[in-house]
Design a protein around this ligand. Structure first.
Ligand code: MN3
Length: 207
């Protein structure tokens, strides 16, 4: 049986201190991420799709292929699985700084410079109502990068956009350390962004 599993983190739970605290990382990974995986596996089993030949990003790109009764659950749990999988990869101890190469060039083209990009991304992140994500995505239809937000666990893949970098703005991602200070969490998160990973992802995707 094909089952999704909790990915191992490429660092320890306390490695992102002081920006993201150990307890938050541990609960976020072991409890929250695991719960999306359990929900995804259970839903796939219900629709006999645990042998589904496609990876979750292909399923999310074509949700209509899923029986209507299970579509919302696949959207939620599948999005939750994949959003978090990417989230862990795009943060790293001693991260932050500036992107380089082709990604840096694209940011300059579409946002004028990195500072303006960072301000727009932070502003969109702050203004999400309730739970959701802020994303830097690649839009293959127009061959350009964009900043978008999605609600709950909706994945950019459902909008035919490819996520490059995502910030989790559910309270579970920051409440233990930052409480209601979402802005402080956002400013801290910039210090752990793994730009090298995002650059490589962008290069692979944009060809
Ligand atoms: Mn989360």
């Amino acid at each position: 049986m094909v089952e999704y599993q909790l990915p191992r983190l490429p660092y320890e739970y306390d490695d992102l201190e002081p920006f993201i605290d150990e307890q938050t990382m541990k609960i976020h990974h072991q409890k929250h991420h695991q719960s999306y995986i359990d929900g995804l596996n259970k839903t796939l089993e219900e629709i006999s799709g645990n042998f589904h030949p496609k990876y979750i990003t292909s399923i999310l790109s074509d949700l209509k292929s899923i029986p209507e009764a299970s579509r919302n659950k696949i959207n939620f749990f599948g999005g939750g699985f994949e959003n978090h999988r990417l989230f862990w990869e795009t943060i790293i101890p001693n991260g932050g700084g500036l992107p380089k190469g082709k990604l840096a060039d694209s940011i300059d083209v579409y946002f004028e410079n990195f500072e303006k990009f960072q301000k727009i991304f932070s502003d969109v992140s702050i203004s999400i109502e309730g739970s959701g994500w802020c994303w830097l995505v690649f839009n293959p239809t127009f061959n350009k990068i964009e900043i978008i937000s999605t609600k709950n666990q909706d994945s950019p893949w459902t909008l035919k956009k490819i996520p490059l970098l995502g910030l989790d703005l559910w309270e579970h991602a920051y409440y233990l350390k930052y409480q209601n200070r979402r802005g402080d969490y956002i400013s801290s998160w910039w210090n752990v962004v793994n730009w090298e990973y995002v650059e490589n992802r962008f290069s692979e995707i944009s060809g």
